[in-house]
Design a protein around this ligand. Structure first.
Ligand code: URA
Length: 469
């Protein structure tokens, strides 16, 4: 029997296009799997695949499995996949449904392992900030994936950190994004990624602030966050201490809860609200629209706007003159500044939720003008019950307080913004972040201070965006 061997050399890593073209060509020539030698990882001597064969009609499930298995680190991956395709196109059309078939079983396990690796890379990449010599900043991360998944994760990171200049280095390839163009590069070196930065301290503060001692379960934690990833996770250093402190913290929380229960009860002013039990955000909004506020407030309530389930919710103070006229939050001068800063920070407003601590515009008439009045502590408290219900329906990953009124509404007490700027655990159940109100920039008389304040605001939004992601 004349058995000629065909050698196919693919690109190093997970070469889906190369594999697809080669498989089409080989099936077109009716070449059995036993006659093909697959090589990759930079083989210089194998023949490169020439041209494409006709598209193959394969079951839908195969279309999901192949791109995953191609990324697996098993050198036999292409041979196994080609055997699958051969069998599917040679009388075993329903092979994918036979989970007990050793080949199908093995491929399912391989796909699962790659899926898990993708999930881990999405979750465990940690950026560190690098100041560039000519000004500007870059975020760099080091990650060690098990499989060749770097390219497959690119879109995920571009979508989340579109406005940031970043690079992810791994021993299996690297991703570089300069806010416009993605470049897929060769493997990187761990030493090329910075080890510690200012941002890391924010991240550790945030991690510690949002670490819930009442829910800590070291076994589940190690299953989800396998110890092999810990060496590249800054928070891994503080996890043992947080676990150690969890039990006494829970006890202290129980004791504090007992003292606070009467304080948390809505006082008379909001007792009527607390009796209402809206079952949806729409129902809550109807209640807000129906309520009639006292005299210095406009009768028109301005509702929150945006996505239920948004990763990030922004809470402002109260609607301004223009918001009151149009009935939408943050559309006046402060809103336009917020929009600009969000765009620069790579946050898409339409993917967030934007609302106010106080739902009606409080003003003093002055001729034809209506002059903004800051709400009192009692007024903030009056609206607080609504805000809490609203956030429960929206359920964001992170709540960002814009300015002092929002911070007070969310924390239940006044907190100086500049002193507490950044990640906070003061917002009860919500991982929180405190920053300035954009209108404070509009009030700055000094241009240099305005520019610096704006830059710091954009930096805050970038940090908040990264934390929420
Ligand atoms: N300022 C706010 O706090 N909210 C708005 O909606 C507009 C301006």
């Amino acid at each position: 029997m004349n058995m000629t061997l065909t050698q196919v050399a693919l690109q190093p890593g997970g070469d889906l296009d190369g594999f697809r073209a080669a498989a089409r060509r080989l099936i077109g020539r009716d070449t059995p799997p036993g006659q093909v030698i697959w090589t990759s990882e930079g083989d210089l001597f194998g023949a490169a695949p020439e041209g494409e064969g006709a598209p193959l009609m394969l079951p839908k499930l195969t279309g999901e499995i192949i791109p995953l298995v191609v990324c697996h680190n098993d050198p036999q991956r292409y041979g196994l996949l080609y055997t699958l395709i051969w069998r599917l196109t040679h009388g075993e059309r329903h092979l994918m449904q036979i989970a007990s078939d050793p080949l199908v079983h093995r491929l399912y396990i391989m796909a699962k392992s790659v899926r898990r690796d993708l999930h881990k890379m999405h979750a465990f990449v940690r950026f560190r900030q690098l100041d560039l010599p000519g000004g500007g900043e870059r975020f760099m991360a080091w990650f060690e994936p098990e499989h060749f998944i770097v390219e497959a994760t690119a879109q995920f990171f571009v979508d989340r950190f579109r406005g940031m200049d970043w690079a992810i280095l791994t021993p299996k390839g690297s991703l570089h994004w300069d806010t416009r163009t993605l470049t897929i590069g060769p493997p990187g070196e761990r030493a090329a990624a910075p080890q510690m930065d200012d941002f890391e301290q924010h991240w550790l503060d945030y991690y510690e602030a949002t670490f819930n001692p009442a829910r800590v379960n070291p076994t589940v934690m190690k299953r989800e966050m396998a110890v092999k990833y810990w060496k590249n996770l800054p928070e891994a250093e503080i996890i043992p201490r947080l676990i150690h402190e969890a039990a006494p913290r829970v006890q202290a929380m129980i004791e504090r809860e007992a003292e606070m229960s009467t304080k948390r009860n809505p006082d008379k002013a909001v007792a009527a609200m607390a009796d209402q039990t809206p079952k949806s955000l729409d129902a809550l909004n109807r209640l807000i629209l129906e309520s009639v506020p006292p005299a210095p407030f406009s009768p028109r309530a301005v509702l929150g706007e945006g996505l239920i389930g948004a990763r990030i919710a922004f809470v402002g103070e109260q609607p301004g003159d223009q918001e009151d006229i149009e009935g939408r939050p943050f559309i006046g001068p402060a809103g336009q500044l917020l929009d600009r800063a969000l765009e620069e920070a790579g946050i898409v407003r339409a993917e967030t939720y934007v609302t106010n601590a106080v739902k009606n515009f409080k003003f003093k008439p002055s001729g034809k003008r209506r002059i903004h009045q800051t709400p009192t502590t009692g007024e903030i408290k009056h609206y607080r019950w609504w805000l809490e219900r609203e956030l429960e329906f929206v359920h964001p990953h992170l709540v960002v307080a814009l300015g002092a009124t929002a911070t007070q509404a969310l924390a239940g007490k006044a907190m100086p913004v500049m002193k507490n700027r950044g990640a906070t655990s003061a917002f009860g159940a919500w991982p929180g972040f405190i920053t300035i109100h954009p209108s404070s920039l509009l009030r700055q008389p000094d241009e240099a201070a305005k520019t610096a304040g704006y830059k710091a605001f954009v930096d805050d939004l970038k940090r908040a965006g990264a934390l929420a992601a």
